[in-house]
Design a protein around this ligand. Structure first.
Ligand SMILES: Cc1cc2nc3c(=O)[nH]c(=O)nc-3n(C[C@H](O)[C@H](O)[C@H](O)COP(=O)(O)OP(=O)(O)OC[C@H]3O[C@@H](n4cnc5c(N)ncnc54)[C@H](O)[C@@H]3O)c2cc1C
Length: 361
């Protein structure tokens, strides 16, 4: 199923296909942008990843496991990059007060690495126990838009969870801002959305800008376009740097899969943070946790494309390591092999869309 990152409005697809192309002409009622050249020959790789989704939202909770304190931090669905710092902050606030001695972190995706850094910042030695390291994590596959998309379903979320969600989002929003730059691969971009209403304000300052555009303010062949601004994380570069940060601060890394609770009980540390993402389903028997597969077509980079787009053709996030085209949300699909037919469909939908720009830079 190809979906945009919001619920798209009825009739938007018809609008898209019924619009006349003005080609490369600059017209006075149109602000040009560089279109993506979504020719299939520009495909450099295709990937599929599994979002660790729980309809009632992520789990940040402390429990006792024999003589160990165990703090969970998993299940962030399609928003784990966005929520990483804030959710990990909540987890460390539950685990660290009153603790002394070394700390174990399970998992080396974005949640494990962020948790490890916060534990180190608080002055504790850390060992990360993990089945896989970057680049072989779900976090590496993520598009990296700062937006907590597909994290929970409203009707299943408790008020307690929603309070955690807002606190996590707020901390992450501020933390990522102070990391913007080439070293971590984070940058601000305007994001254009095919929709007829602004984003819901999740924080007082998020998302900024957030206004409907007049047709003269964009080149898209659409009747109704929103612009908001947010940050984009080049996840490969970011996770490489985070792993280095953990090691430079003295963190140990042990590559091993923990299969059962008794494996955890045998660890030398008395405080353990569980950041195993989808792995928590088997390790802790959380049956609410399910995969939501996303497939991405990645095209050769185009540095001149300095905006993101989401709409009925899917989404486009431009990064230094490639133009990401995506937008599939496939519930309960465990296979991480991208399907050639789906990848071709994603590219074709974007090719049609970008060919219809009313004017171009
Ligand atoms: C296609 C796609 C696009 C996405 N786009 C975005 C986006 O734009 N913005 C956004 O915010 N989020 C996005 N996400 C969601 C985001 O990728 C996830 O929410 C996030 O990566 C989850 O991070 P994590 O650290 O919990 O899990 P993971 O990255 O999966 O890391 C889990 C770690 O735990 C280890 N592990 C698992 N089981 C065990 C075990 N039994 N023993 C030891 N170690 C174990 C793994 O080896 C791994 O190191 C996207 C996801 C996908 C698939």
């Amino acid at each position: 199923m190809l979906l945009d990152r919001r619920t798209f409005t009825a009739g938007s697809a018809a609008l898209l296909s019924g619009c006349a192309t003005v080609g490369t002409r600059h017209v006075s009622d149109c602000t040009p942008l560089a279109p993506v050249d979504a020719d299939p020959s520009r495909l450099i790789r295709a990937v599929a990843g599994l979002r660790p989704y729980r309809r009632s939202g992520f789990v940040v909770r402390r429990e006792q496991l024999g003589d160990k304190s165990l703090v969970h931090n998993y299940g962030h669905g399609g928003g784990g990059i966005t929520l990483s710092w804030g959710s990990s902050k909540l987890a460390t606030e539950l685990g660290l007060p009153g603790h002394s001695g070394p700390v174990a972190v399970l998992g080396a995706g974005i949640m494990g690495l962020s948790t490890a850094r916060l534990v180190q910042d608080a002055g504790f030695p850390v060992t990360i126990y993990t089945a896989a390291l970057p680049p072989d994590t779900t976090s590496n596959i993520a598009g990296g838009q700062f937006h907590p998309f597909a994290v929970f379903r409203e009707r299943f979320a408790t008020p307690e969870f929603k309070a955690q969600f807002t606190r996590a989002l707020d901390y992450s929003w501020r933390r990522f801002q102070i990391m913007v730059g080439d070293d971590y691969g984070i940058r601000w971009l305007p994001t254009y959305v095919e929709t007829d209403s602004p984003e819901v304000k999740l924080l007082e300052s998020f998302p900024p800008v957030n206004r409907m555009l007049r047709p003269a303010e964009h080149p898209f062949p659409l009747g109704s376009v929103l612009r908001y601004d947010t940050m984009y994380v080049e996840t490969g570069r970011y996770l490489r740097q985070m792993l280095r940060d953990v090691q430079v601060a003295g963190g140990r890394i042990e590559v091993r899969k923990l299969a059962t609770a008794s494996d955890i009980a045998a660890l030398p540390e008395s405080l353990v943070f569980n950041c195993t993402g989808l792995g928590s389903r088997d390790l802790f028997g959380d049956q609410e946790l399910q995969p939501v597969r996303g497939q991405l077509a990645i095209l050769e980079p185009q540095p001149e494309v300095r905006y993101a787009y989401t709409g009925s053709s899917g989404y486009m996030f431009p990064r230094a390591d490639g133009i990401l085209l995506g937008g599939t949300f496939e519930y309960d699909v465990w296979d991480t092999t991208p399907e050639p037919a789906t990848i071709q469909r994603i590219i074709a939908a974007h090719q049609r869309f970008f060919a219809q720009f009313r004017c171009r830079a």
